[in-house]
Design a protein around this ligand. Structure first.
Ligand SMILES: Cc1cc2nc3c(=O)[nH]c(=O)nc-3n(C[C@H](O)[C@H](O)[C@H](O)COP(=O)(O)OP(=O)(O)OC[C@H]3O[C@@H](n4cnc5c(N)ncnc54)[C@H](O)[C@@H]3O)c2cc1C
Length: 391
């Protein structure tokens, strides 16, 4: 039976990131993915590499600073995969957020980003409004502009996974984790690959399965308590016609939520929604109510564009994992949660929540948590300097 230092389940951005960080630290790594890289949430996000301006409203300064730092690293290490785009925030007479709030938020955002590349912001002159992709100017008061990153989330995940492979990680796709048994020294697992059952051992098992996190925990003996989580689905629509001037960060007139309208391979991507989800994560689909909600926002802000249900080119939904709690999902913290079977020398660690943007920092934090369970090895690379290439 093969023995590894670390076995990772899941090739979403978190699993790929952990495989990269563990291989860079010189560990012997195996990653298992049931379908394909980025099969889950990591190909269905809003595709933004950003600090998350709106997280300032809920006081998540640490998350914003860390994400802006990661954005800067990706602009350096993955310039073909992550690009800075102009973001526009139009404020109308009835917009809930006030100009001074946005100005204050953008100033704080730039400060948390260390006033580095991509931290410029300002107000667009009225003369330029007509160039903004047909944005409604009815009752428009101000348009702010700042900069943030956009990526192709599935391509980014594959690039991180490839970098892990180049550093020596063994990746099996498709390979479905079946069960695990914790013992004093580590963990013994069983997975299915090409209709064959395979056993393997590791010092640490990393459960990076996002919305499947509790399904994996249920297959571990001795039984561990399932995490109290909530699954929240988010839908995006791809509409015909290009957006050329960057990304629009608009407020839903119905509930005040922030929604993005973005360029996407010559078309327009709009999202996202937040709807409680209770089913199998693999079966998530856009709901009619979500489609109507997004089309209404599009009509409201871009009235010249024809947007009916028949125009939708493509739509997709992804599932976010949030710690269970009260209140609307939109206001819930977006920090990554790590959960270990024991504090010292953990044998099993689960990651959930978090952001696409923070994958590298998350992976490094995870490596620190499992350090006491791993042998000392000669590092092969520093994740802050690993170049990523689109495959
Ligand atoms: C609608 C939406 C929009 C978002 N937008 C952004 C954004 O713009 N910017 C940002 O930074 N973040 C964003 N996020 C957050 C970000 O997308 C997620 O935090 C991230 O993709 C989660 O990745 P993950 O690796 O944890 O999970 P996933 O990508 O879901 O990966 C889990 C993997 O585990 C695999 N798996 C499950 N069970 C097994 C098994 N038994 N054996 C083997 N493999 C298994 C699955 O097939 C899957 O590939 C968004 C999230 C949502 C839902």
């Amino acid at each position: 039976m093969n023995h590894y230092d670390v076995i990772v389940i899941g090739a979403g951005i978190h699993g790929a990131g952990v495989a990269q960080a563990a291989a860079a630290a010189g560990q012997k790594v195996l990653l298992l993915e049931q379908h394909g890289p980025a099969y889950g949430t990591s190909s269905r996000s809003s595709k933004l590499i950003h600090g998350g301006l709106r997280y300032l409203e809920s006081g998540q300064f640490h998350l914003v600073r860390e994400s802006l730092h990661e954005r800067a690293l990706m602009l350096k290490n993955a310039p073909e995969l992550v690009r800075l785009k102009a973001f526009h925030i139009p404020l109308y007479r009835n917009t809930r957020r006030k100009p001074w709030q946005i100005m204050f938020g953008l100033g704080t955002y730039a400060a948390l980003g260390g006033f580095k590349r991509g931290c410029r912001f300002g107000i667009i002159s009225k003369r330029e409004w007509s160039q903004l992709d047909g944005l409604s100017t009815n009752n428009l008061r101000t348009v702010f502009r700042y900069f943030d990153g956009q990526t192709d989330d599935a391509l980014l995940t594959r690039a991180v996974l490839q970098s892990a492979v180049r550093l020596g990680a063994e990746v099996h796709i498709p390979a479905k984790f079946q069960q695990a048994e914790l013992h004093a020294e580590g963990v013994r697992i069983n997975y299915q690959q090409h209709e064959r059952n395979v056993d393997a051992q590791a010092n640490v098992l990393v459960n990076a399965t996002g919305p499947w996190v509790n399904q994996i925990l249920r297959a571990v003996t001795p039984t561990l308590p399932a995490r109290l989580i909530e699954l929240v689905q988010g839908t995006h629509l791809v509409l015909p016609g290009a957006i050329t001037q960057g990304i629009y960060y608009v407020e839903s007139p119905r509930d005040g939520r922030a929604v993005f309208v973005m360029p996407w391979y010559g078309e327009t991507l709009i999202g996202t929604t937040e709807t409680r989800y209770r089913g199998d994560p693999a079966q998530v689909k856009p709901l009619q109510t979500e489609v109507n909600y997004l089309l209404q926002i599009m009509k409201n802000y871009f009235p010249q564009r024809s947007v009916s249900i028949n125009d939708i080119q493509h739509s997709f939904a992804g599932v976010r994992v949030l710690p269970a709690g009260s209140g609307h999902a939109f206001h819930r913290p977006r920090e990554t949660v790590f959960d270990t079977d024991r504090q010292y020398q953990p044998r099993l660690i689960s990651i959930f929540g978090g952001k696409l943007t923070g994958w590298r920092a998350t992976a490094e934090q995870l490596m620190q948590r499992i350090e006491s369970s791993l042998p000392k090895r000669q590092p092969r690379a520093d994740t802050r300097n690993i170049r990523l290439f689109p495959e």
